[in-house]
Design a protein. Structure first.
Lengths: 489, 484
């Protein structure tokens, strides 16, 4: 029999429904694995007692024949989601002692559907990063190793704890959040599926805010279907979030056939950037060929403002974060450095509580919003954002989905001496446009590079066209036949 | 009305604009469901949103939007069907989010104007530049501990309307009239209770001076002006300060100044260089607020009668003088009381006197409000009816009224009990007059020989004998006849 930890969410559900497995057995298996692989540092906090209680409750529901959509499925929750009575740090020292008295809407939805929470996953501080090196709780180590190397690699970021946990079979699925690629890039780097929904599909209520106009929660699992099931549970209108969309969430998994006959697939030429490794280009072409072989129409398209996406993103994102993070002042909760003077208390609290990347973004954000610079940076960036949105709107008149690489490279070593933030920001080159335009995007593991590390392909659809996106992703998944797993897991 | 400051080197004129922060009457806060009651225990009305807990998001309170639209309509202003919320960023211990949600770029209400009534009977239009919705901050309490400051977040997130005037005001009196007028309108609309002492209406005053007719001078903003009287005092002080600087050859520095009500002076709080850079930008948590014209029309259709309309009606229907009418309508309850009396009296002038002079005088003396007037409007109508049908004289009526104030009794009962009914038949009056004339034959002679002034003596005697109950007109008529 296949290892419990290698079963997909769909398979586990089936086995629990057929009473071949209990949620307790599954949960205990995962707990054991988490204990065994603590060195990956994927979790910042585990919650095994409550997980087992939830598993027992799930087993009762299966016995009673009223199992929810995710009944008894052990999940990991990115530490950006507030979880009632369970410490939530956002990867930051400034929230080291913060235990929310409330639950985020997304995690409430998952709980309502019967999910079992194993714990909270590590992440870049306040989700600012794509390497997981900015966490105040130490970096996460990817379960993957390059061929013939023992060097520790990045699991990507910011949802790196989640991607590592999914890849290392330390959970069936995990929540992530994606502001500029923070779900899709780590998914690509760890050979997992990661999906960022349309802006507004998942409620942001109770998710520690990073850049509000870009943040979206999404699922990370090992198969496209599992991802669709998780999203179905996570998504839905929430009156507590004014930007939440009033749309019905369909049973995506039931709509997925993998049939892409007649699907118009756009290949944006601007994504063929200089210096893109040949093997990534080749995989991208292969992806297009797979879809074509299934009857899809491949069309070269142009998104002319793509080259402005990164600078635009790195103006708007810090602007919003600088304001969103103002509340961490040591007055009401979180870390505080006492002082006789209020301003000194702020400075010391924030200076000590925030890491360098967070401080950098606050400085940049404060600068671009300041008098005399606002129009040159913030207003200009908003205008360019509009042009990028227009690019996509125009293209989606001619195509149904877009196919691109997810990341410009495979996972790189954690100790890589890269200190130039601009170079690090380049990791987001294929993903930020999707956030700027509020579109849904999914990364599907598509193959291994020469170094033996996973590569992902990204599909992008029009707003609220998740069903079509999942269907195309399923087709890609079937042809990619990605079965590789990190050695020893 | 022109108001000139006479300086050593010539005349100066002050130019004033006001920002009034009016707390919106609503059961819950602008972006959260917390209650807004005044005087609750500290930090007892604070939701996770108000305390800016991580991951909390604002959700706009529809009631506050309706109140702002109503206020805009009440100030004859343009309602902007598209408005949006912006973040005003600054750090302070009583500002949990580290920003205040406001409307800088697209306020919900645009240009409007109101008419203010001045004491000399003239009126003047004052432009409204805009009204925007914004969150209030919490309260820092500095006097509870020798070294610590306490923070009360009950007020944090309560909806305010910032009503910004054009720089149309030219004197402290105009400012006072403007504040009172705004307050009256808001109270009529039920959108703000206007209680300045509870802080539900506060103002910042922008003052500059110039030579009459010249360009605007550099202005200073005075904060912490929390009563009409303080506004007048702060302006007078500030204008004089600026004139003195200018006359000494100095220049005015643009700055924010604080009014110290104890010392009755303004002092520098921060200079333009030290001014906060609020880094305003559109709040990404809140989509733009789009209103339908039909929504605005529905609110418009249900507007109460406003003070200016009421004033015009009082002038027309009850013959009030313009200024009297404006004073009367300034208080909705008083205006209502007056109207209850006036519409039930034959002579509205009598109603005006009895309400505005006698009743209000008595209330002011006893420090009572119209709401706890011991004399109901029905009883006052009855009293006036007794005068009008000659049951009692106006003079007796004052005694009856005094008794009513004292005991709250019905005027008819008082007249009955005390036998104050007016003597209006000659058969009762004639014997009394005859007796007086025969007791004073010497005076009768003097009168007849031309000492006309003695007529008053005879009237007085008759009134004395009748305890004031004689009908004055009849006394005059009978006396004249008998003294011929």
């Amino acid at each position: 029999m296949t290892n419990i930890s290698d079963l997909s969410l769909v398979e586990l559900k089936e086995k629990m429904t057929n009473k071949e497995l209990s949620s307790r057995e599954i949960t205990e298996t995962y707990i054991q694995r988490i204990e065994q692989h603590k060195d990956l540092n994927a979790y910042v906090m585990t919650d095994f007692d409550r997980a087992l209680d939830a598993a027992d409750a799930a087993d009762k529901n299966y016995a009673a024949g009223n199992a929810g959509l995710l009944e008894g499925i052990p999940l990991a929750i990115k530490d950006l989601f507030c979880t009632k009575d369970l410490r939530t740090t956002a990867g930051s020292k400034i929230l080291d002692n913060f235990v929310p008295p409330y639950e985020s809407t997304v995690t409430s939805n998952l709980k309502k559907d019967g999910a079992v929470f194993l714990g909270k996953t590590n992440m870049d501080e306040f989700a600012m990063g794509s390497t997981n090196r900015t966490s105040a709780y130490g970096h996460v180590i990817s379960p993957w190793k390059a061929n013939g190397s023992s060097e520790d690699l990045t699991p990507g970021g910011s949802s790196g704890g989640s991607s590592a946990a999914v890849a290392a079979r330390l959970c069936v699925g995990a929540t992530g959040t994606d502001t500029g690629g923070s779900i899709r890039q780590p998914a690509a780097l760890t050979g997992t599926v990661g999906m960022k929904p349309t802006y507004g599909l998942c409620s942001r209520f109770g998710v520690v805010a990073f850049a509000s106009s870009l943040d979206q929660a999404g699922p990370m699992t090992r198969t496209v279907k599992d991802t669709a099931l998780m999203l179905e549970s996570m998504a839905g209108h929430d009156p507590k979030d004014s930007t939440s969309a009033k749309v019905e969430i369909p049973h995506y998994a039931g709509l997925m056939t993998g049939d892409v006959k007649g699907l118009r697939v756009g290949i944006p030429k601007e994504y063929s950037i200089d210096g893109l490794p040949a093997e990534i280009s080749a995989l991208w072409s292969k992806g297009a060929e797979w879809l074509k072989a299934r009857g899809a129409e491949i069309i070269e398209v142009s998104l002319p403002h793509t080259k402005y996406a990164l600078p635009t993103y790195y103006v708007l994102n810090p602007a919003e974060s600088s304001s969103n993070l103002a509340r961490y002042d040591g007055v009401r909760y979180g870390h505080r450095v006492e002082s006789d003077d209020l301003n000194e208390m702020y400075a010391k609290t924030r200076g000590e509580g925030f890491g360098n990347e967070v401080i950098r973004r606050i400085l940049v954000g404060t600068y671009v919003l300041s008098a005399g610079y606002y129009d040159a940076y913030y207003t200009k960036a908003q205008k360019v954002r509009r042009l990028i949105v227009n690019d996509f709107d125009a293209v989606f008149k001619d195509v149904d989905v877009l196919l691109t690489p997810t990341s410009p490279s495979t996972a790189f070593p954690l100790n890589q001496d890269e200190t130039d933030p601009v170079k690090i920001y380049l990791n987001d080159v294929f993903t930020v446009t999707v956030n700027l335009a509020g579109l849904p995007g999914i990364s599907v593991p598509a193959g291994l590079a020469e170094d033996g590390l996973p590569l992902g392909l990204q599909l992008i659809a029009n707003r609220f066209d998740e069903a079509r996106l999942f269907n195309a992703a399923l087709a890609l998944e079937r042809d990619a036949k990605f079965t590789a797993k990190p050695e020893g897991f | 009305m022109s108001y000139i400051i006479e300086g050593r080197t010539g005349n100066w004129e002050m130019v004033i604009g006001l920002e009034i922060h009016a707390q919106v009457i609503s059961n819950s806060k602008l972006f959260s469901g917390s209650p807004t009651d005044f005087g609750a225990d500290p930090n007892s009305q604070v939701s996770f949103v108000d305390a800016a807990m991580p991951g909390m998001l604002p959700v706009l309170n529809k009631k506050c939007v309706e109140q702002a639209v109503k206020t805009g309509l009440g100030l004859n202003a343009q309602i902007n069907l598209y408005s949006a919320f912006d973040r005003k960023n600054y750090f302070y211990a009583d500002l949990p989010q580290g920003y205040q949600i406001s409307q800088l770029y697209h306020p919900i209400v645009g240009n409007g104007k109101i008419e203010i009534d001045l004491e000399d009977g003239t009126t003047k239009f004052i432009g409204i530049e805009r009204i925007h919705l914004e969150q209030d901050a919490g309260k820092s309490v500095h006097d509870q501990h020798p070294t610590k400051t306490y923070v009360d977040l009950n007020r944090s997130g309560i909806a305010l309307m910032e009503i910004v005037s054009d720089p149309d005001l030219r004197s402290a009196d105009e400012v006072a009239a403007y504040i009172r007028k705004i307050r009256t309108i808001l109270r009529y609309l039920g959108t703000c209770d206007g209680n300045m002492d509870e802080g539900s209406m506060r103002c910042d005053v922008n003052v500059s001076v110039r030579r009459p007719g010249e360009e605007f001078g550099t202005r200073c903003e005075i904060k912490n002006v929390n009563s009409v009287r303080f506004a007048s005092q702060a302006i007078a002080y500030e204008a004089a300060r600026q004139v003195e600087i200018l006359e000494d050859g100095g220049t005015i520095k643009q700055e924010t100044r604080l009014f110290d009500a104890n010392k009755m002076e303004t002092r520098s709080m921060r200079s333009k260089e030290e001014a906060h850079d609020y880094r305003y930008f559109p709040d990404p948590d809140l989509p733009p607020l789009i209103l339908e014209q039909s929504y605005v029309d529905a609110i418009k259709a249900n507007m109460p009668e406003l003070p200016d309309e009421k004033k015009a009606r009082f002038i027309k229907d009850y013959g009030l003088k313009a200024y009297d009418a404006s004073v009367l309508v300034a208080d909705q309850a008083r205006a209502h009381y007056f109207e209850e009396v006036a519409k039930n009296c034959k002579d509205p002038k009598l109603a005006t006197t009895w309400v505005s002079v006698e009743l209000f005088g008595a209330l002011n003396k006893s420090g009572k409000t119209i709401e706890d007037s011991p004399v109901s409007s029905d009883y006052l109508v009855e009293l006036i009816a007794l005068i009008e049908d000659n049951t009692i004289s106006g003079r007796i009526a004052k005694d009856v009224f005094a008794e009513m104030i004292e005991s709250g009794k019905k005027p008819g009962d008082i007249v009955e009990e005390k036998g104050l009914k007016q003597i209006t038949d000659s058969s009762s009056l004639d014997p009394i007059i005859d007796q007086i004339l025969s007791d004073n034959t010497d005076k009768v002679e003097e009168y007849k020989s031309g000492k006309d002034k003695l007529f008053g003596f005879f009237v007085g005697q008759v009134m004395k004998q009748t305890g004031g109950k004689a009908n004055p007109k009849m006394v005059n008529d009978r006396l004249k006849e008998k003294l011929q």
